[in-house]
Design a protein around this ligand. Structure first.
Ligand SMILES: Nc1ncnc2c1ncn2[C@@H]1O[C@H](COP(=O)(O)OP(=O)(O)OP(=O)(O)O)[C@@H](O)[C@H]1O
Ligand SMILES: [Mg+2]
Length: 665
């Protein structure tokens, strides 16, 4: 990352416009973030793309997917390809029979007899029909296999995504993860459904045509081989150039997409700061780069076809002249039919050779995508060695016993079967924490919240308030110290159960596409309609929901853009309330809402706090005045603690915050 800083911080080159400088920064940043595709790149243009030691394991892994569940189909497809190639050669050779065994004798007959010729034609027609059937079946099979494999890969990716620690998302831009799901997966699909079958079928064709040519004439085969070597190297040279530009085109496309996304998200900021012209200028540059790279890639891509075709024509002429000479001079014992058949065969020999050399480029490029997909799959999942689980219980004669259905009472069940009632007692003991090594965020945090207590955190922005709650949820692992929950170290509690017992209203509200009721029910999928409404009432959300066109059935989008910020917050409080957790974490959003909504949110929070242990992070001190204890945080240290009156008496930081003297400090 230090590389990023150096590059970003590098002095812009003289003579560059501001838009050009921005584009350059963007490009360098992207490069530092997304390491270049591994391959022996050459020069600034990225060089040729090649198969190397890094790509082989990826290819093997891709094949392993074929092996799991699709091997039978894949083998069948390969067999069909072989049948197809052999039949095609057989049909090509028919021209020899046609000339030597049917047409020539017929020409010599007084009364031509066409019966045998007709039979032979029907036989060949049937073979051609079979070829068509195998080609069709093959295409069908390969589509089925590739779609099946890709479906499996996507599923594995998504399920991996759910298991990754929060820190993964801190360090990987969403756009990058998204492009693994879309672009990279798609390139894998193309390899599976097109490149691999084409290479395999080309190999089979080459072998069978080669054998057939040798059986017809060794010297003529020699001539063809010279042309094959030429074709191969030309295709590799041109294809390599095209692939290098193709790679650049992909990254130019990525940059442009990222820019469009950013501009759309920040549309209001763009307008407010009148950056329209600048944004357009920047877009213009990105767009031009994309055009240049695409044009270059396409030029080289489209040269291949004509070059190969012309080379094929030259070869055709050379073989025809040389073959004709051999036949006329009677040296190689070649008949007219042999030469006609050979010429046709030689034509179908060049195509697969250039196809292979072209496909190898796209295979390697797709393997780069596959590498990124597999890298995501290989990420270390969140560690969860917790054994203690949350179970519903009932109390009979003063003793707890586990139940199978929800009772409203819960207990922690340790690995040895011991049941500890869920009370909501939270203790931090000497907790130290840093997100990244060498940059400590929290120092020696000690605090306790007894069941039902309200503990508040206040402090300037960046002090570490949200971080404390992230630790209780085990979004991140502690460096030192421990957190106890009902006397249990949270490391010993299964993460799912720990989180289930903690209600959380996050600082940034996340809603999902669906109805209002669905969004509230996100907190507890089996909540009844009555429970959903009750939760909404508790969260003061009921009255605005009722005014929506379809009430609880109103569909909202994931961004919640149809709702006001305050309404989104009320919904997220309702979502928390429906889960009815013993411990609540409320991270008040800094966004300014109007005073009426503020008091609504305030009373909603108070409403659901009743009887629960609550950790409240507040930016408005009115929220925390009634807390049992208030922790004042500064640079990761708790610098003051006590209730509102104590803190005011101390005349310290809290006093300054409360009386608004902070600025004059
Ligand atoms: N995911 C992260 N990776 C690295 N550093 C982080 C991360 N999240 C927060 N930080 C850093 O940790 C420090 C504390 O951040 P935190 O979000 O806990 O502050 P906060 O007190 O909640 O602030 P605010 O009042 O603005 O919400 C900040 O310096 C921040 O830059
Ligand atoms: Mg915060």
């Amino acid at each position: 990352m230090s590389l990023t800083k150096e590059r970003i911080g590098a002095a812009p080159q003289a003579g560059m416009s501001r838009a050009e400088q921005n584009v350059e920064k963007r490009r360098l940043r992207g490069k530092a973030k997304a390491p270049e595709m591994r391959g022996r790149g050459r020069g600034a243009a990225g060089g040729r793309v090649r198969l190397n030691a890094d790509t082989i394991p990826i290819l093997k892994r891709l094949f392993a997917y074929l092996g799991s569940g699709y091997m039978g189909m894949f083998v069948l497809a390969v067999v069909l390809m072989a049948v197809d190639a052999l039949l095609t050669v057989r049909i090509t050779l028919f021209i020899r029979e046609l000339i030597d065994e049917y047409i020539k004798p017929i020409l010599l007959m007084d009364q031509p007899y066409f019966g045998d010729l007709l039979k032979a034609l029907i036989r060949t027609g049937i073979m051609a029909f079979f070829v068509a059937v195998t080609v069709f079946t093959n295409a069908l099979l390969m589509r089925k296999i590739s779609q099946g494999v890709i479906r499996k890969i996507r599923l594995e990716m998504f399920s991996k995504l759910q298991k990754l620690p929060v820190s993964y998302f801190d360090t990987h831009p969403y756009g990058d993860i998204m492009s693994r799901f879309t672009n990279d997966v798609d390139s894998m699909r193309q390899v599976l459904s097109q490149s691999i079958p084409q290479v395999l079928s080309s190999v089979v064709t080459i072998i069978s045509v080669f054998v057939a040519m040798i059986s017809l004439s060794l010297p003529l085969t020699g001539i063809v081989m010279v042309f094959v070597v030429l074709t191969y190297f030309l295709a590799i040279a041109i294809g390599g150039k095209s692939a290098a530009f193709f790679k650049q085109r992909q990254s130019a496309l990525g940059e442009m997409n990222a820019f469009i996304e950013e501009t759309m998200n920040g549309q209001k900021a763009v307008k407010v700061f009148c950056h329209e012209d600048e944004a357009e200028a920047e877009f213009g540059i990105l767009n031009r780069t994309l055009r240049e790279k695409t044009t270059s890639a396409n030029i080289y891509g489209s040269i291949i076809g004509p070059v190969m075709a012309n080379l094929g024509n030259v070869q055709y002429v050379v073989v025809a002249v040389f073959g004709g000479w051999l036949a006329i001079s009677g040296r190689a014992g070649l008949s007219l039919g042999d030469i006609a058949a050979f010429l046709t065969l030689s034509r179908s020999f060049n195509r697969p050779v250039s196809q292979i050399s072209q496909q190898i480029n796209s295979v390697v490029m797709a393997l780069a995508g596959a590498g990124r997909v597999f890298a995501l799959m290989d990420e270390k999942p969140e560690i969860d060695e917790g054994q203690t689980v949350l179970v519903p219980v009932e109390e009979k004669d003063g003793a707890l016993s586990e139940c199978t259905s929800r009772t409203g009472s819960w207990a922690w069940k340790k690995a040895d079967g011991e049941l500890i009632p869920l009370r909501g007692d939270v203790r931090f003991e000497d907790v130290d924490f840093s997100y990244v090594p060498d940059k400590q965020i929290l120092y020696d945090i000690k605090l306790y919240a007894k069941p039902g207590q309200k503990i508040a955190f206040v402090g300037s922005t960046g002090a570490g308030k949200t971080t404390i709650t992230n630790l209780l949820n085990r979004f991140y692992e502690l460096q030192d110290g421990r957190i106890l929950y009902d006397g249990l170290d949270i490391k010993d509690i299964k993460k799912d159960d720990l989180r289930r017992s903690l209600g959380m209203v996050l600082q940034d509200v996340n809603l999902f596409t669906g109805t209002i009721a669905d969004n509230i029910r996100y907190g507890r999928p089996d909540a009844t309609d009555e429970e959903v409404v009750a939760a909404a009432k508790l969260a003061n959300a009921h009255s605005f929901i009722e005014k929506l066109p379809e009430g609880y059935d109103t569909v909202i989008s994931g961004t919640g853009s149809q709702l006001s910020q305050g309404q989104c917050q009320l919904l997220s409080i309702a979502r928390c309330a429906v889960a009815d957790p013993p411990v609540m974490i409320l991270d008040e959003a800094t966004s300014s809402v109007d005073t009426r909504t503020e008091s609504l949110i305030q009373s909603a929070m108070d409403g659901i706090m009743g009887g629960r242990t609550t950790l409240v992070i507040a930016h408005r001190l009115s929220t925390v005045m009634n807390a049992n204890a208030i922790m004042v945080l500064e640079n990761g240290h708790i610098i003051e603690r006590g209730d509102h009156d104590d803190l005011l008496e101390q005349k310290g930081r809290y006093y300054q915050l409360y009386t608004g003297n902070a600025a004059s400090e």
